[in-house]
Design a protein. Structure first.
Length: 183
């Protein structure tokens, strides 16, 4: 299942109904009661139980993104794909949602592949960073291992020398690659 930068919510459905739609489409072997329980569990997981009856136009950007995350997780995917899921959010909301997604992942580990152009976000959230080249013939440039254990504390992370070593290595790769492209 995929979580996009744009929220992709159906405006005529409530928060609960947007999540339920995905569950109904994918989890056809579940009873109606089991589907309801799955929806409610995932709304609670992203702290949206109180907003379950609201419509998308009544939600903040961060709340809309949490609906998308709940919808994606509710169908129990083998892999969760996230395409710049926090790109359209302000810095404070972005940081809160990053922490919330990490908390969810730490309770329910599964494969997650997240696309981001933010080096700090990649280091904070990932166990491995796949550095890609750009353009129609994009390829894997380097794969970096993030040496920090979970749970992660953003402040402690930024105090670690290894954080800056990894960050500088990633930024150097990007600088080198774009110099090659320009020259």
């Amino acid at each position: 299942m995929m979580v996009f930068q744009q929220y992709s919510l159906l405006p005529w459905l409530t928060v609960r109904e947007n999540v339920r739609l995905a569950v109904d489409e994918v989890c056809d072997r579940l009873s109606p009661a089991e589907k309801k329980e799955l929806v409610e569990e995932h709304l609670a997981m992203v702290n949206l139980t109180a907003a379950a009856t609201k419509y998308p136009d009544e939600l903040s950007g961060g709340m809309k993104q949490r609906v998308g995350i709940a919808r994606a997780l509710a169908i129990c995917p083998k892999m969760l794909l996230m395409d710049e899921p926090f790109g359209a959010l302000d810095a404070l909301t972005r940081g809160r949602l990053q922490r919330q997604v990490l908390d969810i992942w730490e309770r329910n580990p599964q494969a997650v592949m997240m696309i981001t152009h933010d080096v700090d976000e990649a280091i904070y959230m990932a166990d491995r960073i796949v550095m890609m080249t750009n353009g129609p013939h994009a390829q894997i440039g380097e794969i970096l291992t993030v040496p920090f254990n979970h749970p992660r504390d953003r402040t402690a992370l930024r105090e670690a020398k290894e954080y800056y070593d990894l960050r500088n290595h990633a930024l150097d790769f990007l600088d080198r690659y774009f110099e090659q492209m320009a020259g």
